[in-house]
Each structure stands twice: as C-alpha cells, then as structure tokens.
Write a protein that binds this ligand. Structure first.
Ligand SMILES: [Fe+2]
Length: 133
C-alpha cells in the first residue's frame, strides 16, 4: 500500500498532515480487508474515509479560491471525478454488489499517490507565495 514519505510533501504543513491521515485511513481499510473484518466494520472505515476526503478536498479548494489559483478548474474536476467514483464504490458496497477488493484498494492508493505527486504539487508555489507553508 501507499506510504507517506517526503516525496509526497506539498510543502504546506496543514495539507501534508491531511494527506498523512488519508494514507493512514487507506492503509487501515486495506488491513481490515486483509484480515477479513466484517462488512459492518469495513463500511464504517469506508464512511470515515469518504467523510475525510470531503474535508480534505474542501480545504484545498478553499485555498484555491482564496489565492485565485489559476489551475483550480482542472484540479477541482479531478476531485469531483474521484468523489463520484468513491461514492459509486460505497453505494455498490452497501448494496452487497461489491466487496472491498485488492482492485479497489489499488485504485484508492494509486489515485492518491498520483494525485498528490502530479496535481497537488502544482499548487505548492502558489500557496507558499501566499504565505501558506
Ligand atoms: Fe488535490
């Protein structure tokens, strides 16, 4: 699974802490899946993850607006696409159609790693220039 190290830092302490928490939550879900925790427990972890993803995206998007970040449009679209996909997973999980699988876990950890390294890092200079470090 994904591990947080300095290669994932976006040079903003508040956001790095949120990313660390997301990494931790994804790993908790993965561990729970591997040891065969009940659907109820998995559902609670999924619910917590979705809630925190929402808090995290809202934090980044608040700063995009505050600093008039020019690449906000494309970035927010990536957030929306991810949220839609995760909501779809959650709906299918709740209905019993889908389990938490290695494929689901790979999607979550790959998306987060790529998004942080590829998309989030592009706001570091803008956020830092506005005094957010
Ligand atoms: Fe982002």
């Amino acid at each position: 699974m994904i591990q947080w190290d300095s290669s994932l830092s976006v040079n903003v302490a508040e956001i790095d802490l949120q990313h660390q928490r997301l990494v931790k939550m994804i790993n908790e879900l993965n561990d729970a899946m591997r040891v065969g925790k009940s659907r109820e427990i998995l559902g609670k972890i999924v619910g917590g993850l979705i809630g925190y993803v929402g808090v995290h995206f809202a934090t980044e998007e608040k700063y995009f607006a505050q600093f008039a970040f020019p690449e906000a449009g494309q970035h927010v679209q990536e957030h929306r696409a991810f949220s839609a996909k995760v909501d779809d997973f959650a709906t299918r999980f709740k209905s019993g159609e889908l389990g938490i699988s290695i494929d689901v876990m790979n999607f979550l950890s790959d998306w987060l790693g790529k998004h942080i390294k590829g998309t989030d890092k592009s706001y570091s200079a803008c956020f830092n220039a506005n005094g957010l470090k």
